[in-house]
Design a protein around this ligand. Structure first.
Ligand code: X90
Length: 276
């Protein structure tokens, strides 16, 4: 029985090595250019280009065919998507899964709505690898990963909500506050997989205090933490050091946001997946 874990590119990074993986790319689209969120994308160049671009910009989820390509020829597939309340990615993955299972009656695809993105998807992927390697059955893995999802969370800190508002993912009224210089908007992925904004803090120091407080309240202890940052390595490193002190956890990884999360988190943005 062979296994494969596939995720859309909003996961930012896939940290596992023992099970084959694939990423289904989202796209970032302007009137002049189209960016495919795969390994060849230079996200920093894209962010720099978008800074000087004043026209319309949007994103598109992977199509059914993109998902089918990522499945390849594997027998047992776990497929993780960005929140179905933010994107059509889950929907198109489900369509691809049923097409795949019809074509290959002996193969299985389990599609997981992360109700989140970034680091929380990384944690789900890592847990899946662990469960597969433990040798339990496909059905048992499905059960256990669904339970695991209840024990993970996601927090974000953004310095601009412009692209989120322009694409209808937060209200323009909420986005306005983030336009004020020095303001960092902090929030959590809600249980329904939407952006739940909880704090507006001025400056990194206050933002740091709000982040720690929110993570404590959310139930973060000494489990794994996965941080993605958009052009903000300095603050990501500060967070890592503070999390180590505050929660005593040593398993913290930092990566750069991929194309999709760079587009929405924008320069300075931070996304944190954590275990409760
Ligand atoms: O299908 C598409 O075009 C993709 C749409 C994605 C929209 C939002 C992505 C947000 C990514 C922002 C902070 C994380 C919030 C997660 C809450 C569940 C980054």
């Amino acid at each position: 029985m062979n296994y494969k874990i596939v995720a859309d590119s909003s996961a930012d990074k896939i940290n596992i090595t023992h099970i084959p993986t694939a990423s289904a790319p989202l796209k970032i689209i302007t009137n002049e250019r189209e960016f495919i969120d795969d390994d060849s994308l230079n996200a920093d160049e894209m962010v720099a280009y978008l800074k000087n671009y004043s026209g319309k910009s949007s994103t598109a989820c992977p199509g059914v065919n993109d998902w089918l390509i990522s499945f390849g020829e594997s027998e047992n597939i776990f497929c993780i998507t960005i929140s179905s309340n933010l994107s059509g990615s889950f929907n198109s993955a489900c369509l691809a899964a049923s097409e795949y299972e019809t074509q290959h009656p002996n193969r299985n695809v389990f599609v997981i709505d992360s109700l989140s993105t970034g680091g929380e998807m990384q944690l789900i992927i890592e847990k899946l690898e662990e469960l597969i390697l433990s040798g339990i059955s496909f059905d048992e893995i499905c059960k256990q990963i669904t339970e695991y999802q209840k024990t993970t969370g996601l927090l974000f800190m953004l310095q601009s909500l412009k692209n989120l508002a322009n694409n209808g993912r937060v209200s323009h009224a909420v986005a306005k506050i983030s336009g004020i210089l020095g303001i960092r908007v902090i929030g959590l992925a809600s249980d329904e997989g939407r952006l739940d904004i909880t704090d507006k803090s001025r400056g990194d120091k206050k933002a740091l205090a709000s982040i720690i407080e929110r993570m404590k309240t959310a139930g973060c202890k000494n489990g794994k933490i996965r941080i993605s940052h958009c052009q903000n390595d300095v603050f990501a490193q500060t967070l890592k050091a503070e999390f180590e002190k505050e929660f005593g956890t040593r398993d913290i990884k930092i990566c750069k946001t991929g194309g999709l999360c760079s587009f929405y988190a924008e320069s300075g943005g931070i996304i944190i997946g954590f275990e409760k």
